[in-house]
Design a binder for this molecule. Structure first.
Ligand SMILES: *Cc1c(COP(=O)(O)O)cnc(C)c1O
Length: 243
């Protein structure tokens, strides 16, 4: 079981390296984030003790459940799931460095209020629904620049870039067009020079499409199944929550 994880990590790192070579990019520009939903703390630890540093959960409950078991193993924790406003107080207890799934103004406003009262700041990526599938969260691409502008007015939220989940499709070119939309939005936002906004991170690409994402400029790829194996729950359990 431990061997599986190490073997899979080797394969993923090789895939990232090859994709970077093909795209003429330096592999140091691409971070591997492990999507750890449904994965036990013990298995996550195996990855963290073997060179991995970046992990992310989709649900505050799972973050909470695994927190004590992982807190003494060095790592950086991100959040990539749909965040409900009634979970804001809770999520701030678990040392999350970056919320990648910021997709609406009311969430930003409430998060800011809470951060102010705790004297903290947090990193944010704006999640964009580039596939325009109803089942997926994220701001519509047409509204992404405007949302970025408004979220940037909250001084506790440090915008570092954009995140998307590409279309689930075997047709690479359709998936690629999602990643191109995110890259284009990044360029547009950079050109507007919005105060309090950095656009250095593009979080896109997962187990099935990370090569395409890297070719289109990903700086963070989020990988779950290709490292930890298939999940018991369907992804809709994580992505349709509250809809
Ligand atoms: C689960 C998940 C991933 C990883 O998906 P895999 O296909 O298992 O690699 C990436 N991003 C988000 C937002 C996820 O929920």
């Amino acid at each position: 079981m431990k061997e599986d994880i190490l073997h899979n990590l080797g394969i993923i790192n090789e895939r990232i390296k090859k994709a970077c070579e093909k795209a003429g990019r330096n592999p140091d520009e691409v971070k591997l984030l492990l999507a750890t939903k449904t994965v036990s703390a013990e298995r996550i630890k195996t990855a963290l003790q073997n060179g991995q540093t970046l992990i992310a959960e989709n649900k505050v409950q799972e973050l909470k459940d695994k927190y004590d078991d992982l807190k003494d193993t060095p790592h950086e924790s991100h959040f990539i799931g749909h965040l409900q406003t009634n979970k804001i107080k809770d999520i701030l207890k678990y040392n999350v460095v970056c919320i990648q799934s910021m997709d609406r103004l009311d969430l930003a406003g409430k998060l800011h209020q809470r951060l102010v009262s705790e004297g903290k700041t947090i990193e944010i990526l704006i999640q964009v629904n580039t596939s325009e599938e109803e089942s997926k969260f994220g701001v519509h691409p047409d509204k992404a620049v405007e949302l970025t502008r408004k979220v940037a007015e909250f001084s506790t939220l440090k915008i570092k870039g954009l995140m998307t989940i590409g279309l689930f499709s075997a047709e690479t070119e359709k998936v690629r067009s999602c990643f191109k939309i995110l890259k284009k939005l990044q360029q547009e936002i950079i050109s507007q020079n919005i105060p309090n906004v950095q656009m250095k991170e593009l979080s896109m690409g997962m187990s099935g499409d990370l090569e395409t994402a890297i070719e289109e400029g990903a700086t963070i790829v989020r990988v779950g199944t290709a490292v930890f194996g298939a999940r018991v729950y369907p992804d809709s359990f994580y992505w349709d929550e509250g809809k």
